[in-house]
Structure formats: C-alpha cells, structure tokens
Write a protein that binds this ligand. Structure first.
Ligand SMILES: CC(=O)N[C@@H](CCC[C@H](N)C(=O)O)C(=O)O
Length: 392
C-alpha cells in the first residue's frame, strides 16, 4: 500500500498554471525546488547545472547502494493559447502544458516524495530537464557534464503521457519507441514589391509555398514506405498586406524517421529541394537543419524486457504493448548514453492529441503512474541487492 506524501492533484494544477517555454522555466524550477526542500529529507542532495540554469538534479542516497537509478522528467511547455476553460488553466498567455510535462513532473515528484520518506536501497537520481520541446535540453544537460560522479545513473527511466490510452495504463515496447527528429528553420529571402508588378519582385511567398509542396515528396517518393517518415511544416509567416509582394518568409518544421540512416537521407532531400527552389525562384534559402539532439528513442532490450515483464505480471498495473510513434523526445539522446526505458502513461483524453489547446489529461493517471513506478523501482532495487549478494 503506497500512501502519497504530497497532494498530486494540487501539485499538477499548480504546475499547469505556470507553463514556461523551453529554457525559460524559472518559476517552474522555483516551485520544484521549494517542494523538494519542504520534504526535509536528510539523505537528499541537489545539484545545479550552471550551463542550463533551469535544470535541477536531485539525488537520494541509498541505504545499501548497488546501483544508481535515474528518473527524468521534462519541465517546459509549448507556445499554445490554452482553450480548456479549466479553473487552473495557464496563467501565462500564449503558453500551455499541452504536452503534459506538468503530468511528467508531478509523477516524478510523487516518486521522489515517497522515497524521501522510505529511504531506497539504491541511489536514485531525479533529472528535472528543461527544453524538451526545442533546443534539445537533454543533450545540453548531458554535455554540461552534470550527469557525472554521484549523479551518473547506471540506468534511466522516463514516461510520456498519452491521451489516446486509458487513464493510468502503462505501455511500452522493446526497441524503438519514438522517432528521431530534426528541426527545420528556414528563411526565404526574395525581393518585395507592388502586387501589380510581380515581374519586378522575387516573391518569397511563392518560393516558400513551392518548398512546402515539394518537401511532401520526400516521404511519398524517397522513404521506403515500410519504414515510414514525416515532414511537417508547422509554421509559415510572411507578408504584411494583400497588395504587397512579401520579400521574406519564415518557416519552421520537423523531419522524423525511425532510423538515423533514414533521417539523414531525408535531411539531404530537404536540403536538395531547398537548393533547387533557390535556383528556380531566384531567392536565397537560409535553411538550418538542427542536428543531433533528438535521436530515435531506443529502449534498452534487457532493461525493457525486465520492465515489461514486471508491469505485465503485476495485477495492480494496467499494461499494454505499445506501437512505435512518430513523436520525438530528446530522452532518445540520453538513452544513447545511459541504458534505460521510456514508456507511455495513458491519460485518457482520446478526443484531444498531444499539442492540442484543449488537452485535458485525467488526473487519476498521476496516482497510477506513481504507484507503478514505485512498485517497479522497489522490485528492481530488491533484485539488485540479491544479484550483488549472489555475485559476492
Ligand atoms: C512528445 C513530443 O511531442 N515531443 C516533441 C519533441 C520535439 C522535437 C523537435 N523539437 C522537433 O520539432 O523536431 C514532438 O514534437 O514530437
């Protein structure tokens, strides 16, 4: 029987009300820090990350540590105007926890609070990571060297909420769970002019529109259909008024695939299309393809087999095998460095997807997620104790 030592629903609502964009998670970090300090735990220490000031690492020293187990929660929000109408909706205009990172943080805090009052056998390191949605905070954190010494986990876990799954359901798979992604940042520069004299201008809207249309052929013509892939342009800004030809257009997008080989090939195709547009439309295409922060999320085979067996065999846990998804996650970068498992936690809102302004996760999932992870970690640590004593 696991008793919650913090009010999960209240914590989630507090965090939901103060969403902050990637690398600006100042209030969020202050909230996390205050709550963690209020636990008054004698075997808890925190580590700051000067290179990534909104990150926070927390270590619980184990009673008889054989391993250090990591648990990561991302803490940033999205530039979306919330449309849930909830009483605890975002108090920050144009910013929303529409990807459920408020849920991620609350589950992490629930696990942390439990082990702060029930000292674990192994060391536990909680990673509150900024900038998952953009700027590859996981990569930045790792490269800063903060996950080192006592704070370097032997294995690491993280969840992502999933509105399409029933509330509280845990789901994952052995192998690649999420795609690798590359952000697209494009500025098209032409020559503005009067709408009536297109021959004297270089229309950035027409060139950018051609780019948007032509990159659709990358997935349909260049990617093996059995492999799958995504090219989405999610943002397109240009022009000021209907009778002026725009001289500049700004586009943002994302390229996704399940393997680095496909991702690299797709990047090359997007680059080639961009070069071709520059030539044929007489514009400058300033194309930036962000590299390396969002690797495919590859679950470690052995650790994930143990995780799946435990979850599937536990009668108190609703477990399902997951299908791979085209979502990206910079936890994929951490999994390249530290073996571990990422899993979905169902939050039962099938009418709204992640990144929807109306997303309203069921809060019952918080308790289920915390209990499932506590049960798993206790079992895992007991196994570690046993295995180490047999080996000695
Ligand atoms: C789970 C989720 O929604 N993650 C984001 C990660 C963004 C990756 C990167 N910034 C990109 O846009 O390619 C997602 O959009 O899948």
């Amino acid at each position: 029987m696991v008793e919650q030592t913090i009010d999960l629903q209240q914590v989630r609502r507090d965090l939901h009300a103060i969403p902050e964009l990637s690398l600006h998670e100042v209030k969020t970090k202050a909230y996390l820090k205050k709550l963690i300090e209020s636990l008054g735990c004698s075997f808890l220490e925190t580590r700051e990350v000067p290179a990534l000031p909104t990150a926070l690492l927390v270590r619980l020293k184990g009673k008889n540590p054989k391993k250090t187990i990591g648990y990561r929660a991302d803490i940033d929000a999205l530039p979306i105007e919330e449309k849930t109408g909830l009483p605890f909706a975002s108090s920050h205009p144009g910013q929303m926890h529409a990807c459920g990172h408020d849920i991620h943080m609350t589950v992490a805090l629930g696990i942390l609070a439990y082990f702060a009052s029930h000292q674990p056998n192994d060391n536990l390191v909680f990673v509150f990571q900024p900038a998952e949605e953009e700027h590859a905070g996981g990569k930045q954190l790792y490269e800063s060297g903060a996950l080192s010494g006592d704070f370097l986990p032997d294995e690491i876990y993280a969840l992502h909420d999933q509105p399409a799954l029933p509330s509280g359901q845990v789901a994952t798979l052995q192998g690649t769970l999420f795609a690798g992604t590359t952000e697209i940042h494009l500025t098209v520069r032409g020559q503005g002019g009067h709408a009536a004299y297109p021959h004297q201008a270089k229309d950035a809207v027409v060139a950018a529109a051609a780019f948007v249309s032509q990159v659709q052929s990358v997935v349909s013509r260049s990617v093996n259909p059995i492999h799958g892939g995504v090219v989405t342009i999610g943002s397109f800004h240009a022009g000021t008024i209907g009778n002026v030809i725009a001289g500049e257009a700004q586009l943002e997008g994302t390229i996704r695939a399940f393997t680095q080989v496909d991702l690299t090939m797709m990047q090359e195709r997007v680059q080639a299309i961009s070069d071709g547009i520059a030539l044929s439309y007489g514009v400058t295409m300033d194309l930036e393809l962000e590299q390396g922060g969002y690797y495919p999320v590859e679950n470690d085979p052995a650790i994930t087999a143990d995780f799946i067996n435990f979850m599937a065999e536990n009668p108190d846990i609703d477990f399902a095998e997951a299908e791979p998804a085209m979502t990206g996650e910079d936890f994929g970068y951490l999994l390249q460095k530290i073996p571990g498992t990422m899993f979905w936690l169902g939050v039962g809102d099938p009418d709204h997807s992640l990144h929807d302004a109306r997303l309203n996760p069921d809060e019952g999932a918080l308790d289920a997620g915390v209990k499932a992870m506590i049960a798993y970690l206790e079992w895992r640590m007991a196994e570690n104790q046993q295995n180490q004593s047999v080996a000695m």
